[in-house]
Design a binder for this molecule. Sequence first.
Ligand SMILES: Nc1ncnc2c1ncn2[C@@H]1O[C@H](COP(=O)(O)OP(=O)(O)OP(=O)(O)O)[C@@H](O)[C@H]1O
Length: 347
Amino acid sequence: MSLVNIDGVSVEYRTDNGPLTAVDDVSFTIEEGETLGIVGESGCGKTTMTKAFLRLLDNNGEISTGSITYDGIDLATVSEEQLRTDIRWKEISYIPQNAMAALDPVYTVGAQVVQVIELHTDNSTEQARERCAELFKRVDLDPNRMGDYPHELSGGQRQRVTIALSLALSPSLIVADEPTTGLDVIVQDQICELLAEIQDDIGCAIVFVTHDMGVVSNISDRVAVMYAGRIAEIGTIDDVFDRSAHPYTIGLQNAFPRMDEFPASSALIEIPGSPPNLLDPPTGCRFEGRCPYATEECRHTDPSSVELEDGHRIECLYPERRSEFREHGNEPDTWKDAREAEAKQTP
Ligand SMILES: Nc1ncnc2c1ncn2[C@@H]1O[C@H](COP(=O)(O)OP(=O)(O)OP(=O)(O)O)[C@@H](O)[C@H]1O
């Protein structure tokens, strides 16, 4: 049985310009003990999707349809009280994008971890402090830093504190939203390694959000590629990287250097254009305007999810053309026509 079942979930924000559907009818599962990477360009709905798990959405956002089932509980509709007492931290914890914003500047970092332990367990303050010191050691922070304020730590150290916090109650699922953003490459690697070690230790599942295909290929067992609020492709690392079937996935791979190739064997190719405005998404396939293989049909018909092999799914009208997409998808000329079409449209 899957740890979490996300079924037909849409998330809508109320804005001055009307409703904006940031996540649109998305379905996938999270399996026990796996790392699921969620990847896609800025604004495609990754943060919104992950915040929806714990109903941490901004005040103007709500889950408008669908269910998110964890251990028989629908996280989309469970009471705030039950979510707070039984789920957040204990079962599912969240590592936010910006560690500085997540930590309270007026309390020491140790006090913040101790408070979470005291609030959710029967531990005495003494026991909670001991547990906090253990957690600090686990994330390679000197327990003497427990008395420091967030601004006294480096960015990487602050992110280690949020990881310690996320581990405090040994959850079954840690949701990490771009935990390495803003950190230098060496610290990024260290944080990814730390998360992988922790997963081995406590056997939790991790959802790892990033816009970087290189990072996702390094850390994940499975990958969901999001585009304009939808899941363009989902599958194992091998499905998504070696048997990519959606032109968007191929385009994203072209745009990032491969972690296992240094120096890079080919020049990076950007995907022309930009994602659609989610206040007024186009009819048909959302990637149509940027896709080198798009047809007239793509402009009118919304692709539904097609399963290619066990668990490998894409939303594309042409699953049978996937070998052709793969064969030519990493050639600059393939994307040139789409670039020229885009240039013609730009006044
Ligand atoms: N509070 C909000 N009110 C209105 N629109 C929002 C709000 N938060 C996000 N959005 C919009 O929802 C869409 C998805 O945003 P989201 O932050 O989930 O994407 P993302 O893929 O995580 O982007 P990034 O990588 O930049 O964090 C975007 O169009 C964004 O502008």
